[in-house]
Design a protein around this ligand. Structure first.
Ligand SMILES: NC(=O)c1ccc[n+]([C@@H]2O[C@H](COP(=O)([O-])OP(=O)(O)OC[C@H]3O[C@@H](n4cnc5c(N)ncnc54)[C@H](OP(=O)(O)O)[C@@H]3O)[C@@H](O)[C@H]2O)c1
Length: 357
């Protein structure tokens, strides 16, 4: 019997590596043929000998490669840059070719983020609206100008057109240091985005910081729970493709708890004091200069994103972690980043802080 072909983008990333690791350890792994597109040639070389994964060297700008790999895949997991519309369109073109060749719609499990719900609160208030992923009207009420929305809409349209079955996973603030053989081999980034950016900015200024008064609220999810959701959804589509909501109904929030930014920023500030890297237990407001230096000028960390993951839970997702686990994860994350960044000066994200959850 031919193997199930799986194409995954973002394999060297925090989410993508965690999902790949689960696919490699899946009970049906021997029936999978896994392909990845990786832009780091040195890392790409390691996939075959260490994990029996076929790696093509290329970036998201190589639309021909994305299209070709997606055109051969029964399943595509997209876990790289969720705002790259050109890359998403290339994957969808490939999926269209797959449909023309096989007569069947291939499956796309795409990564977005609950940043799509973000407002411009600048840390000054929490909004009341709690978005529900099982409520199609909630999702469709989102302005097309919201971040992630242009790609999400293109993905959903492909399902409507009938050539792809699409599922969009929207992680929130993912936390926890990922640990598996991909991270140990130096292939996968073990750290998340939002909390590490906040920590690195706070370490650099020698003081925990926040946007405005930190009154805004965000959901959170542990990396293991988050990666499990991809696999639970993947398994459900394989056993019950018709019964698994997709397209306009196929939005799945990755959220199992909620925090105010103040709670998080206080814990960062406290951790810095305990570790001899911070002046005060109380976080101070980031100045515009700070925002420019650490967050690409954006007060995004002061936004609200509030949601409930009813759709995700309806397919059997049972996240094990809570907000207390998130808060408890902050000190070890601060310690790990201090060690990791030692002697490197301020370490920001390669994209200058543009990535959004
Ligand atoms: N982490 C979160 O809390 C969170 C929450 C919601 C949404 N998201 C979104 O989910 C996506 C993945 O996040 P992550 O936390 O896994 O980030 P990450 O650790 O930085 O991983 C990103 C992955 O995508 C790859 N990639 C990025 N741009 C690429 C390009 N132009 N061409 C080829 N590969 C490219 C990276 O490759 P390299 O290794 O070569 O850099 C890496 O494998 C992002 O769009 C992020 O905004 C993340």
């Amino acid at each position: 019997m031919s193997k199930l072909t799986i194409f995954l983008t973002g394999a060297t990333g925090y989410i993508g590596g965690s999902v790949l690791w689960r696919l490699l350890n899946h009970k049906d792994a021997s029936k999978f043929s896994i392909k990845v597109l990786v832009r780091n040639a040195e890392k790409a070389k390691l996939f075959k000998p260490l994990f029996n994964v076929d790696a093509t060297v290329g970036s998201h700008a190589d639309h021909d490669k994305l299209e070709s790999l997606a055109s051969e895949a029964d399943y595509t997991f997209a876990t790289a840059d969720c705002d790259d519309i050109g890359a998403a369109e290339a994957i969808l073109r490939g999926m269209k070719k797959y449909k023309e060749r096989t007569g069947k719609a291939a499956f796309l499990i795409h990564t977005s983020g609950t940043g799509v719900l973000a407002d411009d609160a600048r840390g000054m208030f929490a909004y009341d609206k709690v978005y529900d992923d099982s409520n199609v009207e909630d999702i469709e009420s989102l302005a097309p100008s919201q971040i992630h929305r242009p790609v999400d809409i293109a993905v959903t349209e492909a399902d409507k057109a009938g050539y792809a079955k699409t599922y969009i996973i929207l992680p929130s603030t993912i936390y926890g240091i990922s640990k598996n053989r991909l991270t140990e081999a130096g292939i996968q980034n073990p750290h998340s985005i939002q909390l590490p950016m906040l920590i690195r900015a706070s370490v650099d200024r020698g003081q925990g910081g926040m946007v405005g008064e930190g009154k805004n609220k965000w959901p959170n999810v542990n990396i293991d729970d988050q990666a499990d959701l991809y696999i639970i959804l993947f398994d459900k589509t394989r056993t019950d493709p018709e019964g698994t909501p997709h397209g306009r109904e196929g939005y799945y929030f990755g959220a199992s708890g909620e925090h105010t930014m103040l709670e998080v920023c206080k814990e960062v500030a406290k951790s810095l004091v305990v570790l001899g890297k911070g002046k005060s237990l109380e976080p101070t407001t980031f100045t515009q200069e700070d925002l420019d230096k650490y967050f690409n000028g954006s007060p995004y960390l002061g936004s609200n994103s509030r949601c409930i993951a009813n759709r995700s839970r309806s397919v059997g997702w049972k996240p094990a972690h809570t907000t207390s686990d998130f808060i408890a994860s902050i000190r070890p994350e601060v310690e790990a980043l201090i060690v990791r960044d030692q002697g490197k000066g301020y370490v920001g994200r390669a994209d200058g802080g543009k990535s959004k959850n």
